[in-house]
Design a protein around this ligand. Structure first.
Ligand code: FAD
Length: 398
């Protein structure tokens, strides 16, 4: 029997182990994770777990019953593909098939590491350190108005904290959405009593305050930095594996890496999307659910090569300022945006058409649009832009 080793016990690693068993793989599966905790789900960390509404978010997986060998609190420090081994503090671990699922690491603010009161929000430990900050209703400065910054600000306001969000761009979610769509979202901050400072750069963080580049100082009992995440691939230096300029492992369309019998999945890996004609690096939960099924299928069933291609319609959601924001697909600036409703309303959306074909969709408080639109994107459906612009009409192929 081939011996499967999975590095990283987050969503993608756990799902790969589970998918292998679901698809009938009977050989040894060893799941190695750096964190000491029972494997857990990340999205609740900026929501229920942060607010103390849920104790934790451990996956409901019976690893023992599935004969998945968990090795937790173990850092993998290197990969030697010639020997087919990964290195740990406890010694080398041999593999026949290796899956890299080491996820992503938050980007830190230069000079902020080790400053008391500065937090990141990626792990259960981070969330647990932030819980008392919320309970004590501290004055908090959040750096970055991205997905994490918005969700953290939402929770902190709900807990009664004074919150200021500092954003270097001229609007929230600048990396994710075009200006005309993201600019109205600044209102959500104001509505919730969160102060949003755009075009604002942090110069330095001092005990008790944040100093901006323009000289303004903001009082801060705590600072939360949410300025993005990078693939956690530093440990692969010297292994010879191909990495992209963004640090991602450049997997192929079956999520195989440049090394034999080594796969990569989840936040650490990019893949070529035939659907969108470009390489995608997706840092969202659904990708860490779907990708593992493809990896497992390719490991279990090597009889039909090429049949287990990964070409998903990416999907994610965010819960911020009382809104349910969902996005499916992928769009570029060249695609035509069609509005469905007004961004001032409680429910609205945008669809993107590429030569008349639906390629992506944003839905705010419109879960039905998301469900219908996702299927239409998968089917490569054409949409009549005039009809799509009417929010009272369900999304339908032309
Ligand atoms: P990770 O979850 O990062 O897991 C990787 C694991 O590998 C980690 O436990 C890490 O410790 C371990 N590891 C790393 N390096 C090593 C090593 N060298 N040796 C051993 N172990 C190692 N997505 C959404 O779509 N919607 C949401 O609402 C949403 N909310 C989120 C909220 C928060 C606070 C965060 C942080 C993320 C959120 N996401 C959300 C994103 C989603 O959680 C991630 O896309 C998903 O967790 C990716 O799973 P992964 O297994 O690839 O990586």
């Amino acid at each position: 029997e081939r011996r499967v080793v999975i590095v990283g016990a987050g969503m993608a690693g756990v799902q790969t182990a589970v998918a292998l068993r679901e698809q009938g793989f009977a050989g040894p599966v060893i799941l190695i994770g750096a964190e000491p905790h029972q494997p857990y789900d990340r999205p609740p960390l900026s929501k229920a777990v942060l607010l103390g509404k849920a104790e934790g978010s451990a996956f409901e997986v019976d690893f023992e019953a599935l004969a998945i060998e968990l090795r937790l609190g173990v850092d993998v420090t290197g990969l030697r593909p010639g020997a087919r081994e990964v290195d740990t503090e406890a010694g080398p671990v041999p593999y026949d098939v290796l899956i890299i699922a080491t996820g992503a690491e938050p980007v830190t603010l230069p000079g902020s590491q080790g400053v008391p009161g500065v937090h990141l929000l990626r792990t259960l430990d981070d969330a647990e350190r932030l819980r008392p900050v919320l309970e004590q209703r501290h004055t908090i400065v959040v750096v970055g108005a991205g997905w994490i910054g918005a969700e953290f600000a939402t929770a902190a306001r709900e807990a009664g904290c004074a919150v200021t969000v500092v954003e270097a761009a001229d609007r929230p979610l600048a990396g994710a959405l075009p200006a005309d769509i993201a600019t109205p979202m600044a209102e959500w901050y104001a509505e919730s009593g969160t102060e949003l400072l755009v075009d604002a750069r942090v110069d330095r963080i001092e005990p008790g305050r944040v100093v901006l580049a323009d000289g303004r100082t903001l009082p801060a009992d705590a600072v939360v930095v949410g300025i993005g995440a990078r693939p956690a691939t530093g440990w692969l230096a010297g292994s010879g594996i191909d990495l992209g300029p963004d640090g991602s492992i450049t997997a192929d369309d079956r999520l195989r890496t440049s090394l034999p019998d080594v796969y990569a999945v989840g936040d650490c890996a990019s893949f070529p999307s035939a659907r969108y004609g470009e390489r995608l690096l997706v840092h969202h939960w659904d990708n860490a659910l779907q990708g593992p099924r493809t990896v497992a299928a390719n490991i279990v069933d090597q009889i039909a090569p090429g049949s287990h291609v990964y070409d998903p319609v990416p999907y994610f959601w965010s819960e911020q300022f009382g809104r349910f924001v969902q996005y499916a697909g992928h769009h570029t600036g060249a695609d035509a945006a069609v509005w469905r409703g007004e961004p001032t309303g409680a429910s609205w959306g945008v669809v993107w058409l590429r030569e008349g074909v639906l390629v992506a969709l944003l839905a705010v408080g419109r879960p039905r649009d998301l469900a219908q639109g996702r299927k239409l994107i998968e089917a490569g459906a054409r949409l009549d832009p005039e009809r799509a612009a009417d929010p009272s009409v369900p999304l339908k192929a032309a």
